[in-house]
Design a protein around this ligand. Structure first.
Ligand code: SAM
Length: 307
C-alpha cells in the first residue's frame, strides 16, 4: 500500500474525512470524487483540465528515455539551479516536488543525490513518474535513488510541514485562474519549508502573444494569465524574497509530447536561437520561466492551516 504525505484526508473545509483512494491508502475507495483523484482535491476545474489535456491526450509520456535524455535533463536550468543550491549548502538537500507530472525533474534531482519526495494528485501521472524512476535506476545503477513518488495535493500537505530545504513546483500554480487560490497554494508550499528554505517555482508565460499561437491553444487557453512579473508579485506576497530567475526553452517541456523525432527538430532549433539571445531578452520571450526564492523572516505564514 502506498501512503501519501497526508496521513489523513481533509475536505475543502479542512475537516477530517474518510481516507480517499491513493492519499491515505490506494486500496480504499475514493470518497466523493471521480476515480483516480483524492477526495482532498476540491478543484473540479483542475480535474477537468487534466482529463481533457493530460490523461486523454496522452501528454507527459517521455518517449524511450535513454542515458542521453537524462544527461541532457540534468543540465536543464531548473535542475541546474537546484544543483547550485546543493553546492551552496555543501550537502544533499531534502526536496519536495509538488505536481511532478512525468517526474523528470524529481528523477534527475534524485540522480544528483538529493533526497526527493515527489507528489501529484493524478495516479495516471504518478505511474509515469514511477516508470521513469525505474528506467533511471536501471540506466544509472551506481546512483541509488532516494525518491518517493506519492499521491498528494498542494491544498492538503499537513504531513509535509517544515520538512524540506527546497520545494519545487513547475507549471502548477498557473492552473488556477483565481489569484486567491494561487496564493493559497504558495502559502502551502512555503509551510513545507524548514527555516530559510527555498522555493523554485515555474510558470508558463501565457500572456505572451506568440505562446497563444502554438498549436496547443486549447491547453493554454485553460490556464491563468501568468508570467514572470505576476509570479514574482505573488511569490513576494506569500513571504518569499526572489533571489534569481531563469528561462526554460521549448524542447524541455514540449519534446516529451512528440513521438516523432522530426517533429521535435523545430523545437530544438528554436531553442538554439533562443539560447543565443542575451539573458535579459530570454526571460520576456521564454515559454516557461522560473524563480528561485527564499522564505523571508517576516512574511505571511497563514498557509500553515493548509487549505
Ligand atoms: C502542467 S503540469 C506540470 C508537470 C511538471 N511539473 C512539469 O513541469 O512537466 C501540472 C501538474 O500539476 C498537477 N496538479 C494538478 N492539480 C494539482 C494539485 N491540486 N496539487 C498538486 N499538483 C497538482 C498535475 O497533475 C500535473 O502533473
Amino acid at each position: 500500500m502506498r501512503r501519501g504525505l497526508a496521513g489523513v484526508v481533509r475536505g475543502p473545509d479542512n475537516t477530517r474525512q474518510q481516507p480517499a483512494g491513493g492519499v491515505a491508502g490506494a486500496d480504499t475507495p475514493a470518497v466523493g470524487t471521480s476515480e483516480g483523484w483524492p477526495g482532498a482535491v476540491p478543484d473540479e476545474r483542475t480535474r477537468q483540465w487534466h482529463s481533457a489535456h493530460v490523461e486523454n491526450a496522452g501528454f507527459y509520456t517521455i518517449r524511450a528515455p535513454d542515458r542521453a535524455y537524462f544527461l541532457a535533463r540534468l543540465r536543464s536550468p531548473v535542475v541546474a539551479a537546484i544543483a547550485a543550491l546543493g553546492r551552496a549548502h555543501g550537502r544533499p538537500l531534502t526536496i519536495l516536488e509538488v505536481g511532478c507530472g512525468s517526474g523528470a525533474d524529481s528523477v534527475c534531482l534524485a540522480l544528483q543525490g538529493h533526497d526527493v519526495t515527489t507528489i501529484d494528485p493524478s495516479e495516471h501521472l504518478l505511474a509515469r513518474a514511477r516508470g521513469l524512476a525505474d528506467v533511471a535506476a536501471a540506466l544509472f545503477p551506481a546512483r541509488p535513488l532516494r525518491l518517493r513518488v506519492e499521491r498528494g495535493n498542494v491544498f492538503d500537505l499537513p504531513g509535509a510541514a517544515g520538512r524540506y530545504d527546497v520545494v519545487l513546483s513547475f507549471g502548477v500554480v498557473v492552473l488556477w485562474r483565481e489569484e486567491e487560490r494561487r496564493l493559497r497554494a504558495l502559502a502551502n508550499l512555503r509551510a513545507t519549508l524548514n527555516p530559510g528554505g527555498w522555493l523554485v517555482l515555474g510558470t508558463t508565460n501565457t500572456t505572451h502573444p506568440l505562446f497563444k499561437l502554438l498549436p496547443l491553444i486549447p491547453l493554454v487557453a485553460d490556464l491563468a494569465d501568468h508570467n514572470l512579473a505576476i509570479m514574482e508579485g505573488e511569490v513576494r506576497q506569500a513571504g518569499f524574497a526572489v533571489v534569481d530567475r531563469g528561462a526554460v526553452g521549448l524542447s524541455e517541456h514540449f519534446d516529451q509530447w512528440l513521438a516523432n523525432r522530426l517533429a521535435r527538430f523545430p523545437l530544438r532549433l528554436a531553442d538554439r536561437v533562443f539560447a543565443r539571445l542575451p539573458a535579459g531578452w530570454q526571460l520576456p520571450v521564454a515559454p516557461h520561466v522560473f524563480v528561485v526564492a527564499r522564505a523571508s523572516g517576516g512574511g505571511r505564514r497563514d498557509g500553515a492551516g493548509f487549505g
